[in-house]
Design a protein around this ligand. Structure first.
Ligand code: SAH
Ligand code: SF4
Length: 380
């Protein structure tokens, strides 16, 4: 493991609570912002390009805006970008950054380089309130939601770094699989996903932006109304009794409801499928019988199954299934015609693998309250 502190990224404007951070505004928000200033909607495209595609943070450098508009922007808005406090590199090439959000909070963002793509795993919350028993993010509790600027800032930051290291290199895929449950931060996550897809910002296709949820059913329906990004569902168990233990939100939204919401999400979307995540836990959810039950549960939904070897963390009693067991489980899925891949564990030597992200949670005093709220998930 290699850890190096990284230089602080300069901010272009003096932060102040009254100034709006343009980094967190998607096209719609920017068009509204410019309309209020009496400006035309095309200003949104110009700003998106400067901020996200060119990563220019100085209003004075935005040469296709009039001097007067630049001055107005500088007085009313700011461009606040993240600052990394830690940069780690795994032996397998996986990289993890700890990004400072404010005086007491930081989140982790992980880059998984592969031959033909660079996937960024972004965080959406500091911690997570859902307390899945096999996840270290859940075990540490919830602190706060990330703003849209803090979410998109992760992609902004990593793209800037990659481009500096290797001109032209950019993140090709984004997965909301870092810290937090993205659907419980719906109002900030969706605009961030829109920015990722916007041609003037990051231009990623809907297939290259994937939101992973543990199954917050009401928000899955809302998601279907407002976006077409790819959906991954953390299933982990083929029946309610076991899923209640592993993924406690299942006590609120049962599997039958979850399956209905998944079918709804891909209905009328040709060639789309659900990615199911299934963490392989030794002796818990990895038997042949459970593999067959899984086939029965999802068999009629266009699917891809990701079997994820369990990544251990201090204090957990779970163990990862053995290789032979994972193969046997996967064979049953394949024989039933389900596409399944076993995800290679990446970045575990820097605690950057799935479920190992903990960031830095400063305020744990609200944790008990949050836990009480846990099962009272807000309805949209
Ligand atoms: N909250 C969302 C997204 C973040 S978790 C969700 O649960 O889907 C991203 C993925 O990592 C999920 O599939 C989650 O179940 C999995 N995961 C969590 N802890 C893990 C662990 N210790 N080992 C392997 N995968 C884990
Ligand atoms: Fe939260 Fe996802 Fe971890 Fe569950 S697996 S505790 S929903 S981050």
């Amino acid at each position: 493991m290699k850890s190096v502190p990284v230089e602080v990224v300069a901010e272009s404007a003096i932060p102040g609570p009254e100034r709006i951070n343009l980094l967190g505004m998607d096209r719609r928000a920017l068009e509204g912002f410019f309309a209020r200033m009496g400006e035309k909607p095309f200003r949104a495209s110009q700003i998106l390009k400067w901020l996200h595609a060119r990563r220019v943070t100085d209003f004075d450098a935005m040469t296709d805006l009039s001097k007067a508009l630049r001055a107005k922007l500088a007085s009313e808005a700011e461009i606040r970008v993240p600052e990394a406090v830690m940069d780690q590199r795994s032996a397998d090439g996986t990289r993890k950054w700890l990004l400072r959000l404010d005086g007491s909070n930081a989140v982790e963002t992980v880059l998984i380089p592969e031959k033909s793509r660079d996937t960024l795993c972004v965080s959406s919350q500091v911690g997570c309130a859902l307390e899945c028993s096999f996840c270290s993010t859940g075990v540490q509790g919830f602190n706060r939601n990330l703003s849209t600027a803090e979410i998109i800032g992760q992609l902004w930051y990593v793209n800037r770094l990659l481009d500096a290291e290797e001109p032209g290199r950019q993140v090709t895929n984004v997965v909301f699989m870092g810290m937090g449950e993205p659907l419980l931060n719906f109002r900030n996550v969706i605009p961030a996903a829109e920015l990722m897809k916007d041609d003037h910002a990051y231009g990623l296709s809907k297939r290259r932006v994937t939101l992973s949820t543990s199954g917050v059913v009401p928000y899955m329906y809302r998601m279907a109304e407002v976006t077409d990004i790819s959906l991954a569902v953390s299933l982990h168990a083929p029946d309610d009794a076991l899923r209640d233990v592993l993924v406690p939100i299942n006590r609120k939204h049962r599997l039958s409801e979850l399956m209905k919401a998944c079918r709804h999400y891909i209905a009328d979307k040709p060639h789309r499928r659900i990615t199911w995540e299934y963490v392989m836990l030794d002796g818990v959810n990895d038997s042949d019988t459970q593999a067959r039950a899984l086939v029965k549960l999802i068999g009629d939904i266009p699917s891809k199954v990701n079997l994820i070897p369990f990544n251990p963390f201090p204090g957990t009693d779970y163990r990862c299934s053995g290789d032979a067991r994972i193969r046997a489980f996967s064979d049953i899925l394949s024989r039933a015609g389900l596409v399944s891949t076993t995800r290679r564990t990446r970045g575990d030597d820097i605690d950057g693998a799935c479920g190992q992200l903990v960031g830095k949670v400063a305020d744990r005093t609200r944790r008990r309250q949050k836990r009480e709220q846990r099962m009272r998930v807000a309805q949209p």
